[in-house]
Structure formats: structure tokens, C-alpha cells
Design a protein around this ligand. Structure first.
Ligand SMILES: [Zn+2]
Length: 571
């Protein structure tokens, strides 16, 4: 009765009951679940009834509930049973049973399936194969091959086209018997989720989040073709090696290593890789959080890009930087209007001159300096570890000294840590030199510290410009949300840092923004931390040229991730 594909799940960690087997063989066709996205939207919290068969299996029909597996499939004919009188239901059930008895195999191949990535409602996994050591050489080779292949799938955003990458990662999980599925929020866009089940349902799951899309790369500027996935001199080269395909591979391989080793965690680990992060995540994490929240309804914690392991000034000791908050974008469009006409007889004032005047005023405007808690803590901790300048031990007080402040904010990265920034990025007016355009606009990228109020910032900008005829539209903004610096996950990271690298952990603020805010909105404690050591030369490749990651760094990252999940999973 078991379809051959289902046999691939034969090494699933938990002992399969007949009901589970029935679901594997009939309820779930992982090959096709992705093809019907966003049909995956139809994954309902549907309670499938079950019917015992003579061989002991139970099929999801009518009658008692199956207790030992999750509702992770769509029952294609479920509509037959809803809001119908008992007799109709009985006829429908009989019809369906007959169909199944005649052609179980045909039904098994039907696309009426959906993912087994929803939270478990039972106690989850209870048995594992005998523990065995992790073959790190094999894991490293596999991770290297996977990242190389992953880089070769060009997911430059726009347009993204992440679905092919999502399918490849899904296959990798399925080959090891870890349930996974994909979604296609828009044609070509992709999202994948996979779930490694742990024992019990009482501990909140942890999400390992990454994004599959990358920023563009101009091959003319690179030493190697950016989408060839070359492995040379002990490094894996290509766009996305660090941002963010490498971290995705670390997360995936850590999950597979744990499963293969027969390690039972006391919580589930959920892998989610999204698209569209580099363009704000509306067609990626934003879509997923809005449409598929049931997939991660049991999650309490999340790890994402935004932090990592950095060498200290002595180049011997390391520090684990964990971002607990991020600045938020406030993207504005300033539009000026004026008379259109021929440039041979220009009026004294045009849309362009008005706009230029407004931008001039804006560039003179300086936002106030303000040190938020995580930034104060970050500089304090690093100064202590690095025996750095005494002033950094209390940055907020030190910045009251104008001379110190001038020096500190002359570094753009440091400046961005202590104030809202405002910078014009897009300018547009006439397309022809001899035509005066009726309108001209500029787009302004403002980045606000957590705690800054966007309405206040817009009104301050209006005041600074001092011209009511300039129209200001908000293009993008969301509420800043932080995660607490203290949590069981932070404790686990601290233990890992101590045990693995004799290192300390410092909280930080990301001056950009990642997809974490979508999950923080759902009250999930989200940290920017990937346990990989990024060397300064490699760090420059992020959104730059010659992006690459060391094979050793990748392997160390997987080892640390396995250890972190073991610590956080009660091992
Ligand atoms: Zn990224």
C-alpha cells in the first residue's frame, strides 16, 4: 500500500505508526506540492479523520481522529464532508473508500498534498536511530558542493527567480527524509520551509532564516565569473557566498548532520529561506508571514543574518556579535512642481530649481545624536575586550563632548549608529536637455533609530526644507521592533561562544534592515547571528565584488550551528 516515494521516508527519525505511513503514502506527495503554489495557500488547519484498513494502516476518511500525526496534507475531497447531512457524508465516504481500494497508487500520486512542515500536535519524535558520529569531512564536501550549485542558480533580485533554488534546497532536505515544501508567491519567486522534528511540543521551535535572492553582480568588475560557483584556493566564490546563500547552507547542513547523527533535540528546528529580501521582502518573508503563519505558529526564536563572529584587534580573540534590533527605513519622495516649457526662455523658478533648493536645505540639516541601549552596550563591551578608547565605555556621555562627537561621527558607519540618517538617492526630472519639466522629484533614504518616530522625522524634514509647495510622500516605512537582549537563545549563544571559541557575546544594532522585523512583529525573539567567522577581506564582498567564503569558515560555521542547536535543544 505504500507508494515507492514514501519509502524515502523510511529512515524518518520517529517510529512510524500505521497512521503516519498512511499519510506518507496517501496524503503527501512532496513532488507536487510546490507545483501548485500558491495552492500551498490551501494548506488548512484541517482535521483529517482516519479509517483503519485491514493491514493496520489508517486512511484519512471519516470517523475518529488520527492522534499521532500532524494535519499536514490537504484532503482533496474534504469539501464532500463539510456541511453535509450524515447520509450524504456516508455515501461520499463509501465512494472515496472504493476509489482508494481500487487505485491507491493512483491516489498516492495525486497533487492533493501539502507539506509536513506544520507544527506537530503530538509529542513529535520519540525514537531515533542509534547515535553515530558526524562525518565532518563528508558534511564539508557536501556543503561546498551545495553552495557552489546554489550560487550557480542566478537569483539576482530583481527579478529574483528564487523558485529553482527553493526546489533544489527542498530536494536536498527530502533526500534525507526531512519534510520540506516550497511556495511560489508570484511567478518565479520562491520560498522553502523544512522542519526537523524534535521530541515534545512544549518547547518553542527555532527558525533558521535565510534569503535566496542576491544583489546584482557585474562580471566585468569581478576576478571570477560571479555565478560560476568556483571553488579555488580553499574558497567558494560567487554572489551570495556570504549574503546569504552560505548561511543558508550552514543552516541546512547543520539540520541534516543532526538528523543523520540520531541526535534528538527537545524542540523542532524550522528552516525557512525566502526570496525578495534585497528589495524589502514583500514577495518573500512579508508574504510568508501574511499567508503561511501556521507553518511557524509554534516558533519562539529565530536566527537570521545580521551578526556573526568577528576577530578582535589582537586578531587572536573573537567576539560573537548578535544583533537584537535594526534601524528602520523611511523612504520618501519629494516632488516639486513648476511651469513646463522650452528651456530657451526659462522662468525664474522651475520644478528643478525648487527641488534643488529643497535638497540643499536638507543636506544642511543635521539630525540629533542619540545613543540607544544596544549601541551603548556594544561599544562598551568591545572597548572592554579590545582595551579600546576609554570614551567608548560610556559612549552616550562621551558624545556630549563636541570634539569627540565630531571625530566619532566623521566615520559614516559610526555616524549611522548614533543618529537618523537622511540621504538623497534618486533624482528625476526632464528627459531632454531643452525641455523644462513640470515636475521633478527626489527619493530620500532615511534610516531611523529604534525609538525615532517617523511622523516627527517627516515634520522635521518639512521644517528644514521650509517650502510648503514641496510634496512629501512616504514610499516605505515600518515600525521598529527590537528583541530582548536576554533570552534562552542568547544564553545558548553565550554557552557556544564560551565553549567553542572562549569568546564573549555582544549585542548590537544593524544599521540596515533584514527580514527579521517581519518575525519580530509576530513576537518571535529574533537575532541576527550566523555562527561564521567573516574575515575582513571577505566581508568587503558583501554587496561588493569578489564575494567569497572560505571552505574552512563554512565548515566551522556548520559545526558551531550543530553545537548551538544541541545546546538550545537540551543536549
Ligand atoms: Zn542579506
Amino acid at each position: 500500500m505504500i507508494a515507492s516515494d514514501a519509502l524515502r521516508f523510511g529512515d524518518e527519525l520517529f517510529s512510524l505508526t500505521p497512521a503516519d505511513l498512511a499519510c506518507y503514502s496517501y496524503g503527501m506527495d512532496y513532488r507536487q506540492d510546490a507545483q501548485h503554489s500558491p495552492g500551498s495557500l490551501a494548506v488548512r488547519r484541517h482535521q483529517p479523520p482516519a479509517k483503519p484498513f485491514s493491514d493496520g494502516t489508517k486512511l484519512p476518511i471519516v470517523g475518529e481522529l488520527s492522534q499521532n500525526h500532524n494535519r499536514w496534507y490537504i484532503f482533496r475531497f474534504s469539501g464532500l464532508f463539510e456541511s453535509r447531512p450524515p447520509l450524504t457524508r456516508a455515501i461520499a465516504a463509501a465512494f472515496l473508500l472504493a476509489c482508494l481500494a481500487i487505485s491507491g497508487a493512483t491516489f498516492a500520486a495525486s497533487p492533493a498534498a501539502s507539506p509536513n512542515v506544520l507544527p506537530a500536535e503530538s509529542m513529535g519524535v520519540t525514537q531515533a536511530p542509534p547515535p553515530q558520529p558526524i562525518n565532518w569531512d563528508r558534511v564539508t564536501q557536501e556543503a561546498t558542493d551545495l553552495l557552489s550549485k546554489y550560487i550557480q542558480i542566478n537569483t539576482t533580485n530583481p527579478p529574483g527567480n528564487e523558485i529553482e533554488a527553493a526546489r533544489m534546497l527542498k530536494e536536498k532536505f527530502l533526500t534525507d527524509g526531512v519534510p520540506a515544501t516550497t511556495w511560489e508567491p508570484q511567478h518565479g519567486r520562491g520560498i522553502i520551509a523544512a522542519r526537523l522534528r524534535g521530541i515534545g511540543k512544549h518547547n518553542k521551535s527555532i527558525i533558521l532564516l535565510s534569503h535566496m535572492d542576491v544583489v546584482p553582480a557585474d562580471p566585468k568588475e569581478w576576478q571570477v565569473p560571479p555565478f560560476a560557483g568556483l571553488v579555488k584556493n580553499g574558497q567558494i566564490w560567487g554572489r551570495g557566498a556570504i549574503d546569504d546563500k552560505g548561511p543558508g547552507v550552514i543552516e541546512l547542513m547543520a539540520m541534516l548532520a543532526i538528523k543523520r547523527a540520531g541526535i534528538l533535540l527537545n524542540r523542532d528546528v524550522l528552516f525557512i529561506a525566502t526570496g525578495d529580501e534585497e528589495e524589502g521582502g514583500k514577495n518573500g518573508a512579508g508574504w510568508f508571514v501574511d499567508h503561511e503563519a501556521s507553518v511557524f505558529s509554534d516558533a519562539g526564536y529565530l536566527l537570521n543574518e545580521g551578526g556573526g563572529i568577528h576577530p578582535l584587534a589582537d586578531n587572536k580573540r573573537k567576539v560573537y556579535v548578535v544583533s537584537v534590533t535594526e534601524k528602520t527605513p523611511l523612504w520618501l519622495r519629494l516632488t516639486a512642481n513648476g511651469p513646463a516649457g522650452h528651456a530657451s526662455d526659462p522662468p525664474a523658478e522651475t520644478a528643478v530649481t525648487r527641488l534643488v533648493h529643497a535638497l540643499d536645505k536638507l543636506s544642511e540639516y543635521k539630525t540629533p545624536v542619540h545613543v540607544i541601549g544596544p549601541v551603548q552596550d556594544y561599544y562598551h563591551s568591545v572597548a572592554q575586550l579590545d582595551h579600546g578608547p576609554r570614551e567608548l565605555l560610556d559612549l552616550a556621555s562621551a558624545l556630549k563632548n563636541p570634539a569627540f562627537q565630531d571625530k566619532f561621527v566623521s566615520d559614516p558607519g559610526q555616524n549611522a549608529q548614533v543618529r537618523d540618517t537622511i540621504t538623497p538617492t534618486v533624482l528625476s526630472a526632464s528627459q531632454k536637455t531643452n525641455v523644462i519639466s513640470e515636475t521633478a522629484y527626489a527619493e530620500i533614504d532615511c534610516r531611523l533609530l529604534p525609538g525615532s518616530d517617523s511622523k516627527t522625522v517627516v515634520s522635521d524634514i518639512k521644517k528644514a526644507i521650509g517650502d510648503d509647495s514641496i510634496k512629501i510622500d512616504v514610499l516605505l516605512n515600518f515600525q521598529p521592533i527590537s528583541s530582548p537582549s536576554r533570552s534562552p537563545l542568547m544564553n545558548a549563544i553565550e554557552t557556544l561562544a564560551r565553549v567553542h571559541d572562549q569568546a564573549s557575546v555582544v549585542p548590537s544594532m544593524v544599521i540596515g534592515f533584514t527580514d527579521s522585523h517581519y518575525f519580530r512583529q509576530k513576537k518571535i525573539v529574533s537575532y541576527g547571528f550566523i555562527p561564521i567567522e567573516i574575515l575582513p577581506a571577505e566581508g568587503k564582498g558583501i554587496h561588493g565584488v569578489n564575494e567569497r567564503v572560505g571552505v574552512k569558515e563554512l565548515a566551522d560555521g556548520i559545526q558551531r550551528m550543530v553545537q548551538l542547536l544541541k545546546i538550545f535543544g537540551g543536549q
